[in-house]
Design a protein around this ligand. Sequence first.
Ligand SMILES: NC(=O)c1ccc[n+]([C@@H]2O[C@H](COP(=O)([O-])OP(=O)(O)OC[C@H]3O[C@@H](n4cnc5c(N)ncnc54)[C@H](O)[C@@H]3O)[C@@H](O)[C@H]2O)c1
Length: 261
Amino acid sequence: MGEFKDKIAVVTGTTGIGKAVTLNLARSGARVFALGIDVKANKALQELSTSEGLEVLVLDTDAANPEAVRTAFEKAAGLVGGIDIIVNAAAVHPYGDATETSFDAFMRCMAVNVGSIHLTAQFGVPEMRKRGGGVIINLSSVQGHACQSGVSAYVASKGAIHSMTRAMALDFAADRIRVVCVSPGSVRTPILELAARTFEGQDADIDAVFSRFGAAHPLGRIGEPEEVADLVAFLASEKAAFITGSDHRIDGGLTAGIGVR
Ligand SMILES: NC(=O)c1ccc[n+]([C@@H]2O[C@H](COP(=O)([O-])OP(=O)(O)OC[C@H]3O[C@@H](n4cnc5c(N)ncnc54)[C@H](O)[C@@H]3O)[C@@H](O)[C@H]2O)c1
């Protein structure tokens, strides 16, 4: 039935990479609770999963709201008794430098991108301890390593995810809970479409802009959410049993070079 048979997973984010991860884990036998704030996307993911006969329950949840996350974990843990895998893929991406980004937008970015990882650990780690261990996988970004201009709130959150991943790996190693992060380059998802429209206008030819973004990557293309989901699945599996505290880039070589042509 698949390598994640009998495993219980919680995934935040119900489009793009979160959606691909949910489907990947569920197709390999996991029971997945998917938490998302986008009610329309949640419904679509629930319908797709149900039509495939997958064990997926999508819960309308603001992952930056402590009570909402507590309720979602109580529901998940109450139904199945413990959690094995958490994948944090919820994020927002404000654009602008410090003079252009309101403090509210900055704090919301930190609350969603970083705070949600704190909350899923707060409520999820006790459930993992009941199962004798687990794995937490945090979606960061190459922009936590090096960045473009006009994205200071987003990259602050992504750098924080790298640091928090290391800290949680140390904090929970004795519980046999591994904590890693994944740093993608450009990947074909709604957040990249937002980037395309921000830089090129609302009527931008998205395929053409994605081709241009892809040309900046040495492999000559952007990534697909399913490719990131495959890496996440590997990191969640027993094959990665000795991996913790580390960041895993999946960026088509983007950060290998120094941008000189
Ligand atoms: N696509 C890329 O090019 C790229 C590159 C580097 C890193 N990433 C990271 O990958 C992760 C997944 O992003 P994606 O590419 O799938 O984009 P996406 O926009 O499809 O996914 C983000 C998801 O987070 C959800 N979300 C936002 N606020 C939320 C909240 N408060 N509570 C619950 N859900 C919330 C959105 O509804 C959406 O489903 C993010 O951490 C993103 O920063 C993406």
